[in-house]
Ligand binder design. Structure first.
Ligand code: SF4
Length: 472
């Protein structure tokens, strides 16, 4: 997927001025956060399981090579083929090669964010192979001119049912309908023959289990099972960080993932796929491949950003982020939106290609509080900001302003004078009220909300008065 994160500010502006998008975002705002809160409240062991999940993910990263080798050995023993991809382009080459060797013309796809990273659909089409997205949200986006997803687990959260109805009527040539069940049936009628006719199924993977050489897929739609069991060939495409040691670890993570994502105790389907069809099996693919992608992940091991590799792609951070909830996922300009995207995009695509993302946060720490594997997202964003400054990537105006601030802050008398002047100016702007409606020097702050007026005197002035015995 093309990286458009460098145009973050202008993309945000467009999204804020899009009344339909704003209506759709408002409709869903807070819904997943409320579901998660209810699920967590009903699960007394949540904090203990969260701590255990964090430890599982952290310990895997300490010995990632060992667990990957063990996974590879077990997967091969069960008849699967394991391929390693340097990056997204390499993954596309490997998958096209598999498709050609097996005479594949159509690929049915279950959800895979790594395939978005790799731009797999475009690569398959260029190779004359037809990809068909079968996750309902991804299908809607594909038939809408390959629109990118705006959320990692609810890719079409930015659209209303009326927009989907209009799209289906146009593309399917059917009568418009806004009943969600009827729309789902319509998509199912289109997709069912695709499952039956496809030569290859491609899925992502929530976890790779080293103990058994299996991939675990967590879904709420039956498409994942159809993609992985009906076609002759199954390719599981995931990042290398998805490996976990044992089935017991999987059980722990499965208790925390759906609760964090959608507030469900468990999703509709949890599929464990281990090797291709064996003699006597009723169904399953004849050939099974794992394509495990690095794509910048190995570089994070042992770095100050290693914690980011713990991510289990639940989406809780974006569901709780006031910035994401206001601007929508497309503003972030690459595969991963919200707080996790604000960290991952600069790390995978380069700090200079995502200059504003580490700043797209209020640092309220809601994301850090709800992350089921305790990733300190605000701290990581702050570290990325520091790196931008160290590398001289911030605009000259900001660099001069920061230097000026540091110079003033190191001179107590000047600092005291500056704050005294600023307080009096802000009191004058407030004009006797307790809120400032229009801030002269920075009108952007008050474009959407009022700014609280400061106290009449600075803390230093009040403190000095009190020391002299004149204060209250
Ligand atoms: S960073 Fe944490 S909260 Fe966000 S998607 Fe990853 S695991 Fe979930």
């Amino acid at each position: 997927m093309e990286v458009r994160s460098m145009h973050f500010v202008s993309r945000v502006r467009q999204r804020l001025e899009d009344p339909e998008l704003q209506r759709n975002l408002k409709r869903t705002r807070g819904r997943n956060a409320a579901s998660r809160a209810a699920a967590v409240a009903a699960f007394p062991d949540f904090d203990a399981v969260r701590a255990r999940a964090t430890e599982i993910r952290a310990s895997v990263l300490r010995d990632l090579d060992v667990w990957l080798e063990r996974f590879e050995q077990k997967a091969i023993e069960r008849g699967a083929t394991v391929l390693w991809a340097r990056d997204g382009d390499h993954a596309c080459e490997l998958i096209i090669d598999i498709a050609r060797r097996h005479g594949v013309r159509t690929v049915v796809k279950s959800k895979s964010m790594v395939s978005e990273e790799a731009g797999l659909n475009a690569a398959l089409e260029a190779a004359g192979i037809r990809p068909v997205e079968t996750d309902l949200g991804e299908y809607i986006l594909q038939i809408n001119d390959n629109e990118p997803p705006s959320h990692i687990i609810m890719p079409v959260i930015h659209k209303s049912k009326e927009q989907v109805s209009e799209l289906f009527a146009r593309v399917h040539g059917t009568a418009p309908k806004t009943d969600i069940e009827a729309l789902t049936h319509e998509a199912r009628a289109v997709l069912r023959p695709e499952f039956l006719g496809a030569d290859m199924g491609l899925s992502g993977g929530n976890f790779l289990v080293a103990e058994t050489g299996s991939v675990a897929i967590v879904t709420n739609e039956g498409n994942g099972r159809l993609c992985t069991t009906l076609p002759r060939v199954h390719v599981a495409l995931t990042g290398i960080e998805k490996v976990i040691p044992t089935l017991e670890d999987l059980a722990t993570l499965l208790r925390i993932l759906p609760r964090s994502a959608t507030g469900q105790a468990i999703t509709n389907y949890v599929s464990m796929l281990t090797g291709p069809k064996q003699a006597g099996d009723a169904d399953g693919p004849e050939h099974m491949y794992f394509v495990l992608v690095d794509g910048g992940r190995a570089d994070l091991l042992g770095s100050e950003f290693e914690a980011m590799l713990r991510c289990i792609r639940c989406g809780a951070c974006m569901n709780h982020c006031p910035v994401y909830q206001t601007i929508g996922g497309h503003s972030y300009g690459w595969v991963y939106p919200g707080p996790m995207g604000s960290v991952l995009t600069p790390l995978y695509q380069g700090l200079d290609k995502a200059m504003d993302l580490p700043h797209a946060a209020t640092l309220c720490n809601q994301c850090g509080v709800v992350c089921p594997v305790s990733i300190p997202l605000p701290d990581l964003m702050r570290t990325l900001r520091e790196k931008q400054v160290e590398r001289g990537l911030r605009p000259w105006s900001e660099r001069i302003a920061t230097k000026l601030w540091a110079w003033v802050a190191a001179r107590p008398k000047l600092y005291a004078l500056g704050t005294r002047v600023a307080v009096r100016y802000l009191r004058w702007l407030a004009d006797g009220r307790d809120r400032i409606q229009v801030m002269g020097v920075a009108p952007g702050w008050t474009a959407e909300r009022d700014f609280p007026a400061p106290a009449a005197k600075t803390f230093r002035e009040l403190y000095a008065e009190r020391r002299r015995g004149g204060g209250q």
